[in-house]
Design a protein around this ligand. Structure first.
Ligand SMILES: NC(=O)c1ccc[n+]([C@@H]2O[C@H](COP(=O)([O-])OP(=O)(O)OC[C@H]3O[C@@H](n4cnc5c(N)ncnc54)[C@H](OP(=O)(O)O)[C@@H]3O)[C@@H](O)[C@H]2O)c1
Length: 283
């Protein structure tokens, strides 16, 4: 019998995350050598997630739910160590968790919160787990179209309190993650490292907690995608039938990461920021 391999997703209780969790559950039911690790931060939502994945045919011993707060570097380190302690190669890691923040906030290390959750934790988890990847395993980072409409400079981690808006800092975090994805794909030619751009989905992320939410419910939401529609992009990246790396998958096609992002002048700084801090962790 083949050794078990992990299918890992972060943000497992969110709109797209729940769809990915159910996809992983169905893969694991088909192939008992696959073992899903569903990462989320909220215990009640985790219990709710069980109601979705177990009816597909998984029992409690066929998968794990790991609680983790991706705004905390300590929590990311603990998650990585917990995954490593399973001693199972990783077939797929999907860095899906994401968030937007209404005001400028920083985490314990002084990293702006959207950068901490959307970029830093995903990049850190990826860097810590690359040695545990199965041969030709896949790392998939969920980015956004907004990556194309912003830029970052060397202050990107701490952000810009004086010009803060939730969308501009969210966009910067997704740009940083995209640059990291392209650079990692060059660095690890034996793995498949790609991004997914899921399109605009009708999920909690689109709620701004402002008066215009009601207006958006009528004028905007009906034209957005349901998460199960965007799941196609994640499935295509997991199946990766052409064996590509450094690409962006959408629900209808894939293409190489934009040159402006691939050759971004900060790409070495971004990688060094992650690698240097990971080197300080003792496994
Ligand atoms: N919705 C869109 O239109 C859109 C467009 C482009 C890209 N995306 C990206 O798609 C991905 C999935 O988003 P979604 O639309 O499915 O949004 P969502 O429903 O809000 O899901 C986001 C997930 O991330 C988790 N999360 C947030 N902060 C976290 C933290 N500090 N620690 C651990 N987990 C955390 C959330 O946990 P809780 O369940 O506990 O809140 C949730 O499970 C994100 O990366 C997002 O940026 C979304």
């Amino acid at each position: 019998m083949r050794e078990k391999e992990l299918l890992i997703v972060t943000g497992a209780t969110g709109g797209l995350g729940k769809a990915i969790s159910m996809y992983f559950a169905s893969l694991a039911v088909e192939d008992r050598t696959l073992y899903p690790i569903l990462c989320c931060r909220n215990k009640d939502k985790a219990d709710d997630l069980r109601e979705y994945v177990e009816p597909l045919g998984l029992s409690r011993s066929d998968y794990e739910i790991f609680l983790t707060d991706l705004s905390s570097t300590t929590s990311v380190n603990e998650l990585a160590l917990r995954i490593k302690s399973l001693h199972m190669p990783i077939r797929v890691l999907v860095n899906n968790a994401g968030s937007m923040f209404g005001s400028y906030q920083t985490n314990a290390e002084g990293i702006e919160m959207s950068m901490a959750v959307n970029f830093y934790s995903s990049a850190r988890l990826t860097e810590m787990l690359t040695v545990d990847m199965a041969p030709e395993g896949s790392i998939i980072n969920v980015v956004s179209l907004v990556r194309k409409y912003t830029d970052i400079d060397s202050d990107f981690l701490k952000g810009y309190p004086n010009s803060y808006t939730r969308i501009n800092h969210y966009a910067k975090s997704k740009l940083a993650l995209s640059i990291f994805t392209a650079h990692m794909a060059e660095r690890y030619p034996n793995l498949y490292i790609n991004a997914v751009d899921p399109g605009v989905m009708n999920t909690k992320m689109l709620k701004m907690d402002r008066w215009y939410d009601r207006l958006a419910d009528y004028l905007f939401r009906p034209f957005t995608l349901q998460p199960y529609q965007s799941l196609g992009a994640v499935m295509a990246a997991c199946e990766n039938t052409d064996g590509v790396s450094g690409c962006v998958f959408t629900k209808s096609k894939y293409f190489p990461m934009e040159n402006k992002i691939k050759n971004h002048p900060l790409k070495h700084l971004i990688l060094a920021t992650i690698c240097n801090s990971v080197e300080l962790v003792t496994y």
